[in-house]
Design a protein around this ligand. Structure first.
Ligand code: NI
Length: 68
């Protein structure tokens, strides 16, 4: 079964940084910073959302304003 680390390796080209926090015995928090084409970022987020065991995903986006 695919896991979140495998997805992050697949999207290594647009992942700038990731942070993993062990919240308690059963729960972790993962913060992943992506930079790239909006469609690619959305796709990577959707892949992580679809993983079994992922309870909550929030995608927050921003832009420097160019190409809008
Ligand atoms: Ni953990």
């Amino acid at each position: 079964m695919e896991n979140i680390t495998e997805i992050q390796h697949e999207y290594g080209g647009i992942i700038q940084s990731s942070l993993h926090v062990h919240l308690d015995h059963d729960n972790c928090l993962e913060v992943v910073v992506l930079r790239g084409d909006g469609q690619d970022v959305k796709k990577a987020a959707e892949r992580m959302m679809a993983l079994k065991g992922v309870k909550h995903v929030k995608l927050t986006t921003t832009s420097i304003g160019k190409e809008l």
